[in-house]
Design a protein around this ligand. Structure first.
Ligand code: ATP
Ligand code: MG
Length: 408
């Protein structure tokens, strides 16, 4: 930096460049204190609770600039705090090599010196990069205790980069997954998005299950995933996500969470035979979302979208004719319809319902309306839901609106 401070590119950006991959973002580490960074860059603001960072804007890009940090035992400037071995405040400033030892993995602790284009490697990161090994800096158990999210990062980065996890780094993960229960659910939401939107969701999901971490993030789903259909639904959803990420198509948190939580919702719905499908889904959804939010906090705006994807599954059973057309013109139809197709593809007995809505969707696209013949031949109840529900729901719908065509 011209102002006389040292600045290095560090983290995933350097790692990815050295691997020949396109970096997602660049982080800068410097010996300048946050206030000093602010003095140098006008377009800069300071952010962060656990640790203070400077965000410096260059056009559309935001570069994260962090002051070198050190371990808390050091007699250094700033503030640090631990809670039962976990770092809760991380603003103890230090030197470059102290900063390196604070990072998670050796391949993430490579510093690219902007002044002379050299790479500074304190920990054998270049060698690990060559060997495609993810190795944690320092003592694995201590580092996981300090920040249990590092276990998720180990799974995510090894899956994404196709690296193996060094045995000593890997060994404690299965045992210490429970430490994730101490992480604020809002932080875990961000981590879940990174886990599943990084382009390797299928592999990441398999690894999370293998190390017992999926249970910590999605306990209800982990328990509910007992059938082949439910497992194939999720793996299809995740491979679709990977395919979309690979070609740069957008992916949405609401759809992801709707698929991840569908099996517990579906199972809960099947237990509520006294209610209509719509009410059963709503009741089950509320319970599942409430329980899930204790682990991974789902922001409100997504909650509404998730519920809509699920409740539309019930509407698909009943909406026919004009109401079907109206539903298909709703801006939220597409997500719920894609969801239905995934259910069909995974082997739920919904083939005729899927076909019906495909006809509606295509009619919608070409501008032709759903004709009478289709209204008269909606899928049979048998094709839609297992026996007991169909009887209850038919009774219920008839009671409410006797003039409507029979349900399903
Ligand atoms: P990605 O390519 O997905 O962005 P990344 O390694 O760059 O991967 P970031 O979350 O952007 O991940 O973090 C940037 C850098 O900050 C990391 O490379 C690592 O050096 C450091 N870091 C991030 N999270 C932690 C953590 N929990 N503990 C220690 N160091 C971390
Ligand atoms: Mg990064």
């Amino acid at each position: 930096m011209q102002a006389g401070y040292d600045a290095y590119l560090v983290g995933g950006g350097v790692r990815d460049l050295l691997l020949g991959r396109v970096p997602k973002d660049f982080d800068v580490a410097t010996n300048a204190r946050p206030e000093q960074i602010k003095e140098v860059f006008r377009n800069c603001h300071l952010i962060g609770r656990r640790f203070l960072l400077a965000h410096v804007r260059f056009g559309h890009e935001t570069i994260e600039v962090a002051t070198f940090r050190a371990a808390h035992t050091e007699d250094t400037e700033g503030q640090g705090a631990m809670e039962g071995g976990r770092i809760t405040l991380d603003n103890v400033y230090g030197t470059l090599d102290q900063d390196a030892w604070r990072r998670d993995f050796t391949v993430n602790a490579l510093y690219y010196n902007i002044r002379d284009f050299s790479v500074v490697d304190f920990s054998g990161g270049l060698q690990d990069l060559e060997a495609k090994v993810l190795r944690i800096m320092g003592d694995p158990v201590n580092r996981y205790r300090e920040d249990p999210v590092r276990m998720l990062r180990a799974v995510r980065l090894s899956s994404k980069l196709g690296f193996s996890i060094d045995p000593a780094t890997e060994a404690p993960i299965s045992k210490f997954g429970y430490l994730l229960r101490g992480i604020p659910p809002a932080r875990l939401f961000e981590e879940v998005l990174k886990l599943f939107f990084g382009g390797a969701a299928v592999q990441t999901f398999a690894q999370l299950k293998r190390y017992g971490l999926f249970t910590e993030l999605f306990p209800l789903t982990a328990r509910a995933l007992t059938s082949e259909i439910a497992n194939s639904f999720l793996s299809m959803a995740l491979s679709n996500t990977d395919a979309r990420v690979a070609i740069g198509k957008p992916v949405t948190p609401a759809f992801l969470f709707a698929t991840l939580l569908w099996e517990p919702v579906r199972k809960g719905m099947l237990k509520r035979l006294d209610l209509s499908p719509l009410e059963a889904i709503q009741t089950s959804a509320d319970l599942v979302l409430q329980e899930q939010s204790k682990r991974v906090m789902i922001p409100r705006r997504y909650l509404l979208q998730i519920e809509e994807i699920w409740t539309t599954q019930a509407r698909f059973l009943t909406a026919r004719g004009k109401r079907a057309k109206q539903l298909s013109e709703n801006s939220r139809f597409r997500a719920a319809y894609d969801f239905l197709l995934l259910r069909v593809a995974s082997g739920e007995e919904l083939k005729r319902l899927g076909e019906y809505w495909t006809r509606v969707e295509q009619g919608g696209l070409t501008g032709t309306s759903v004709d009478e013949e289709e209204c008269e031949t909606p899928p049979t109840p048998e094709a839609v839901l297992p026996g007991p529900i169909e009887v209850t729901t038919q009774k219920r719908t008839r009671r409410r609106s006797p003039k409507k065509p029979p349900l399903i």
